[in-house]
Design a binder for this molecule. Structure first.
Ligand code: ZN
Length: 359
C-alpha cells in the first residue's frame, strides 16, 4: 500500500531553492515539517518517492492493440489527440496529481533533507535530445536543427528507431560526424518491447547491436516513454544509461507518471537521466501555443538550475512537432537563452554521467 502524499509549499523550513514551489511529500515527512522539525529522511523514503510513479507497468492503450498503433494515419491520431488534449488541459490535477505538471522536484527535495546531501553550485548542464521516429525527422534534423544547434554552440543526442524504416546512413553519419550523439529508440516503435516475454525482449535488444556498435551508442530511450523495471534490467546489458523516465510525465503515456526528480540516478546497473523538461509533443497536444511552450521551458529550466538538477529536453524534429516554423523559432530562442546565461552550459549524457559519478 502506498503512503498518502501531502502537498507542502516551500518556506523557511525547506531549502532555499524550494521557496514558493509546491511539492508532494509522504504523510509522515510532511507531518514533521508541519511541526517545524527538520524531517528525518531515509534512503528508503527517497527511493519510494522516486519509484512511486517511475514505471509504466500497466500497458497503455497503444501497447495493447493487436497491431502496431502506427498504422492509424497520423492526421487521424493528431485530430483525435487534439480534441482529447484541449479537454484535458483543464483537468491537470487529475492526470498530474503526482508528479505535478509541468515540473515536480519532490524527490530532490527529499534528497536534500538527507544529512549526506551536498548542495550543488556552479552552472547546470543542458542536454538537447531528439527522438527520430521517422525519416522525415532525421532529414529535418540535418537540414534544420543541426544548424540551429551549431549556431548556439550546442550538440544534440539523437535516439533513432532501429528496426522500422530504412535508415539513411549518409544522413545519420553526418549527424555523428558533426559531433552529435546517437542512441537507440526502442525496436520498431510499437510500444511492445517493455511488456514482451523475456526472450523476445532480449531478441529485440540484440537486434540493435550492429547499429549500436557502428555509432558507438551508450544510451536508450523508450518509444512513447513506456518502461518497465524488467526492461531496465535488460538494458543494463546493452547500454550505459537510459533516458526514458520523465521528471513529470503528465498525461502520457499514462496519467500520473514520472520520477519527480531532475537529477540523474542509478537503477541497478543502469544510470538514468530523467527527461526533466516537459516535451514538445505533450505540450502541443494539450493546446499550448509555441510562445507558451517557450515560457514553460525557460521557467522549468530555471527551477531545475535552482535545485541542482540536469536539464534534459526531448523534442521531435518532424514537421508536426518542432518542425513547425513557429516551434523552430521558439527552439532557437530557447537555445539562445541557454547560451547567453551563465547559469547553464550545453552538455552530453556521457559528460553528465561522469561528472556525477554514474559511469
Ligand atoms: Zn518516438
Amino acid at each position: 500500500v502506498l503512503e498518502d502524499l501531502v502537498e507542502v509549499v516551500g518556506g523557511p523550513a525547506l531549502p532555499g531553492w524550494a521557496a514558493g514551489r509546491r511539492f508532494k511529500l509522504p504523510l509522515h515527512i510532511a507531518a514533521e515539517i508541519a511541526k517545524g522539525e527538520v524531517p528525518t529522511v531515509s534512503r528508503a523514503d527517497m527511493h519510494a518517492l522516486r519509484s512511486r510513479a517511475a514505471f509504466t507497468e500497466t500497458k497503455p492503450t497503444s501497447s495493447r492493440l493487436p497491431v502496431n498503433y502506427q498504422i492509424v494515419p497520423v492526421f487521424i491520431r493528431d485530430r483525435v489527440g487534439k480534441l482529447i488534449g484541449q479537454r484535458q488541459r483543464a483537468r491537470v490535477d487529475r492526470w498530474a496529481d503526482f508528479p505535478q505538471f509541468p515540473l515536480d522536484l519532490s524527490a530532490d527535495l527529499l534528497a536534500d533533507f538527507s544529512p549526506r546531501s551536498v548542495p550543488r553550485t556552479g552552472p547546470v548542464p543542458v542536454i538537447l535530445s531528439h527522438d527520430l521516429d521517422t525519416h522525415e525527422g532525421l532529414a529535418n534534423l540535418v537540414r534544420i536543427f543541426l544548424p540551429i544547434e551549431e549556431s548556439a554552440g550546442a550538440h544534440s543526442t539523437n535516439y533513432i528507431v532501429p528496426c522500422s524504416w530504412p535508415i539513411d546512413h549518409d544522413l545519420l553519419g553526418q549527424v555523428s560526424e558533426r559531433g552529435n550523439e546517437i542512441g537507440i529508440h526502442g525496436y520498431n516503435h510499437a510500444n511492445k518491447t517493455p511488456y514482451a516475454e523475456p526472450a523476445e525482449r532480449r531478441r529485440r535488444l540484440e537486434a540493435t547491436r550492429e547499429l549500436v556498435e557502428r555509432y558507438s551508442m551508450i544510451g536508450y530511450r523508450a518509444p512513447s516513454l513506456v518502461r518497465t523495471q524488467a526492461l531496465m534490467e535488460d538494458l543494463a546489458d546493452f547500454f550505459v544509461y537510459d533516458s526514458s523516465i520523465p521528471t513529470s510525465g503528465g498525461l502520457f503515456p499514462v496519467p500520473n507518471n514520472g520520477c519527480a526528480s531532475a537529477r540523474p540516478f542509478r537503477i541497478g546497473r543502469l544510470a538514468e537521466i530523467p527527461i526533466s523538461l516537459p516535451r514538445d509533443g505533450s505540450l502541443l497536444f494539450l493546446g499550448y501555443t509555441p510562445n507558451e511552450i517557450l515560457s514553460i521551458w525557460i521557467e522549468c529550466a530555471e527551477a531545475i538550475a535552482d535545485s541542482g538538477g540536469v536539464v534534459m529536453l526531448l523534442t521531435h524534429c518532424e514537421d508536426r512537432f518542432l518542425g513547425q516554423p513557429a516551434m523552430q523559432r521558439v527552439y532557437r530562442i530557447f537555445l539562445d537563452h541557454i547560451a547567453a546565461s551563465e547559469r547553464f552550459f550545453f552538455s552530453t549524457p556521457a559528460d553528465v554521467l561522469s561528472a556525477r559519478g554514474l559511469t
